[in-house]
Design a protein. Structure first.
Length: 400
């Protein structure tokens, strides 16, 4: 394992003090951003108005209906399947200030839940401060983006990582159920269901469960469009998506970088993107074969998140919050010493700290830091082989 042994008792108190102080500072900044952002949450406001429109018998996919319900200008449409309205129906019954505060409070709790989940299940040897720092400031402060926007990305991430924890425990039905719930919003997380085809220690491949999960997701997404009021609504996939594909800090993905640099979505951009996916697959193939032989569910979880984020063309800025636990594991797999890991962690979080303190830069390496570090760390970890990834997620005595 590239991680060294657990810290000696003589260093324990100092490390615990650093962890405690660091986590307190990160939590303070998280709460500061959350408190100041309660009244923003533009995406959550759309969810509320869409739920209210549906309850009033109007099509929630028409922006003019949302404007009519809210009585104020709204430019963003509701883009998720009808079933995704369900959790917002209860919020829509509350006074708006209470709904905004409750949603923000829930999201802050989800950040804390993810930190605990990553520490307890996926990178137990990592320090609390290390994980908390990456969870809040990693990937250009994706968590803070999510809090300010009011998006569902943190809910999606919590469901996916909760599902992966079930995958590690061999509870594949629970894993499938949580991933299906996560995919109910943006569909793309259904890709994680492919892990049901991976045999691991103590759990066999479950192609039948994969088929059942996909059928369940299809039913959740499409039945409300065929029966009931949803049968008269606009097709959610055909709604207005904006005049252009989102790029730059709003969507720091590899595909967005190509779109921005090559002047829009084109055959050339798609060809370059497919070439990147092919190269990513070829470079990862040896490690994935080694993971298959080892059957380590933790390592497969980390690999699945890393590859999903590297390949996703439209994760959006807040969507990178999903990468946090994988980034911590990959940093530990990629470099051999605590000092090197600390430096790499600071690099991964540096752009997020700048963003939190409103220090802007339009340099591509800053704007596209999430995909640069996400894909770069994956390649840095896998090119020597699978050993680093297998060992970065192994259980054992924690370092702090």
């Amino acid at each position: 394992m590239r991680d060294g042994p657990a810290s000696s008792s003589s260093k324990g108190p100092l490390e615990r003090a650093v962890n405690l102080l660091g986590v307190a500072l990160v939590l303070t900044e998280l709460l500061r951003i959350a408190t100041r952002g309660v009244r923003l949450q533009w995406d959550f406001r759309v969810y509320l108005e869409a739920a209210r429109a549906a309850l009033a018998g109007f099509d929630p996919y028409r922006v003019e209906n949302l404007v009519g319900i809210s009585g104020r200008p709204i430019t963003l449409p509701f883009l998720y399947p009808p079933a995704a309205l369900a959790p917002f129906l209860a919020f829509s019954a509350l006074p708006e200030p209470a709904a905004l505060a409750l949603w923000m409070g829930l999201k802050v709790l989800l950040v804390m839940l993810l930190v605990v989940l990553w520490k307890r299940v996926f990178v137990p040897r990592a320090g609390w401060f290390e994980i908390a720092l990456v969870s809040v400031f990693g990937s250009s402060a994706a968590a803070l983006w999510d809090l300010r926007s009011g998006n569902v990305a943190l809910v999606e991430a919590a469901l996916i990582w909760g599902g992966l924890a079930c995958f590690v425990a061999g509870r594949r039905r629970a894993f499938a159920a949580l991933v299906v719930l996560a995919a109910t919003f943006k569909l793309a997380p259904a890709a994680f269901l492919l892990l049901l085809l991976v045999p691991t220690r103590g759990a066999r491949a479950r192609p039948g469960l994969l088929a059942a999960a996909l059928l369940a997701l299809g039913a959740i997404v499409f039945i409300p469009l065929a029966v009931g009021p949803g049968a008269h609504w606009h097709w959610f996939l055909g709604g207005p998506m904006g005049a252009a594909f989102p790029v730059s800090e709003a969507n720091p993905s590899g595909f967005a970088f190509l779109v921005e640099r090559l002047g829009g979505v084109s055959a050339l951009v798609i060809s370059c993107w497919l070439g990147w996916l092919l190269a990513l697959g070829l470079l990862s193939a040896g490690t994935l074969r080694a993971l298959g032989r080892a059957g380590d569910a933790r390592a497969w979880s980390i690999a699945a998140v890393a590859l999903y984020m590297a390949a996703h063309p439209r994760p959006m800025a807040y969507g990178w919050v999903l990468a946090g636990g994988a980034l911590v594991a990959l940093i530990r797999a990629a470099v051999p010493t605590p000092l090197a890991r600390a430096g790499l962690t600071l690099l991964v979080c540096g752009q997020g700290v700048l963003w939190a303190f409103q220090i802007a830069s339009d340099a591509a390496i800053v704007v596209y830091a999430p995909v640069i570090f996400g894909a770069g760390l994956w390649l840095l970890a896998v090119l020597p082989g699978a050993a680093g990834i297998l060992q970065a997620g192994e259980s054992g005595a924690p370092e702090s």
